[in-house]
Write a protein that binds this ligand. Structure first.
Ligand code: FES
Length: 165
């Protein structure tokens, strides 16, 4: 994947967040969907923070990713409350449906599947999060419907793109 506008993106994120490394990295990640290797030198120079410290923070926090993620990030909770209500079966079914394992991204870069140990919404369990949106009391059927909604959205985007070109 080609990474464009590194200097501009980093500049914009630094202007917005000042010298605060974590918010700068968070904004860069929202732009690219992950932290590409190309940004590290630029961030280090702009914030005047040693490169090793920028890497240190980016690799310390689980919320940062150094590998590209899909357009849709699907997170299935496997914490105890969700697990006993079927979270594991939901995760397995989504994995099968997408043809990937948790932690992986589909080759078309459309979906990343993740699992976590608690999302702090145990009363709603089992919980599945799609791009930051929480969906509670999930079932296998509901999670397949969610996937299909994402797929429909992707199809619409493709149609729009091809009608523009
Ligand atoms: S165990 Fe799933 S939200 Fe807490």
């Amino acid at each position: 994947m080609e990474i464009n506008n590194v200097a501009e993106v980093v500049e914009e994120c630094v202007e917005k967040n000042g010298n605060a490394l974590i918010p700068v990295l968070q904004d860069i990640q929202s732009y690219y969907n992950y932290l590409p290797e190309e940004i590290f030198d630029e961030v280090s120079q702009k914030l005047n923070i040693p490169l090793i410290d920028v890497y240190g923070v980016a690799t310390f926090y689980k919320s940062f990713s150094l590998t590209p993620k899909g357009k849709y990030i699907i997170t299935v909770c496997l914490g105890t409350a969700c697990h006993v209500r079927g979270g594991q079966r939901i995760a397995e079914r989504i994995a099968r449906e997408l043809g990937i394992e948790p932690g992986e991204t589909t080759p078309d870069m459309n979906f990343t599947l993740e699992t976590v140990n608690c999302l702090g919404a145990c009363a709603l369990g089992p919980v599945v999060v799609v791009d930051g949106e929480y969906h509670g009391q999930m079932t296998i059927q509901k999670s397949i419907s969610l996937l299909n909604e994402c797929r429909n959205e992707l199809e619409r985007e493709e149609e729009n793109d091809s009608s523009k070109s």
